[in-house]
Design a protein around this ligand. Structure first.
Ligand SMILES: [Zn+2]
Length: 212
């Protein structure tokens, strides 16, 4: 069971495909979360649906009640955010004719894109793997939102990516002498491990972001 597709379409029009909490434009990278989770008796009625971006979705679900830090989103507050945003959209459409302060993709969105890029980069010998979105996600505190297992997988993927970058660099610099073969053998060994680590991080991050 899921929310009714036609009713979700109407809701996404009403919220302009902007997150009801941070108001960022999401495009297709948006979740319809349950305000009251199904596991706690929440229904699939559209009244219980909350359109949110990946980052806010992660924030809502990452709260660790065993080690509480900050303030947990409550059902009452989530409902309030939804009503408030839909009210603004309906009654103040003029806000959409003005530039929003930030229309950037969120750091977790960008991390997914970067992991996908890096899988392709691994297949091209000498093409450096990108780590800029990982650095940005660290800087913005997005990694600290994640469950420990998922955090470990992402850290491992980027540690291996860094390692492969170092090997590419070394290979380029010794390419004209007899150590080149040695480096090439090492790259051939490390590349499949790196791809596996990146794919593991990518798939786990996507499924974390898409869970109810
Ligand atoms: Zn958001």
């Amino acid at each position: 069971m899921a929310f009714d597709r036609d009713q979700v379409a109407d809701l996404l029009v009403k919220c302009h495909r902007r997150c009801c909490i941070c108001h960022r434009f999401c495009g297709f990278k948006m979740e319809t979360d349950h305000i009251k989770p199904p596991g706690e008796g929440g229904t699939h009625d559209i009244d219980n649906a909350l359109p949110v971006c990946f980052e806010c979705h992660a924030e809502i679900h990452c709260y660790n009640t065993d080690h509480p830090r900050g303030r947990k989103f409550t059902e009452k507050e989530l409902r309030g955010h939804k009503e408030q945003w839909l009210n603004i959209c309906e009654n103040n459409p003029g806000i959409f004719s003005q530039p929003f302060q930030s229309s950037d993709a969120g750091p977790l969105n960008s991390l997914i894109d970067e992991l996908e890029y890096n899988i392709k980069a691994c297949e091209c010998l000498g093409s450096s793997l990108s780590i800029s979105q990982f650095d940005e996600a660290l800087r913005r505190g997005a990694i600290s939102l994640l469950e420990p297992d998922l955090k470990d997988k992402i850290n491992l993927a980027y540690a291996k990516s860094n390692c492969l970058n170092q090997l590419f660099y070394a290979f380029t610099n010794v390419a004209k002498n007899d150590k080149a073969n040695e480096k090439r053998v090492r790259i051939n060994k490390v590349t499949p491990e790196t791809i596996a680590a990146i794919e593991g991080a990518h798939d786990s991050l996507l499924s974390f972001l898409q869970k109810d």
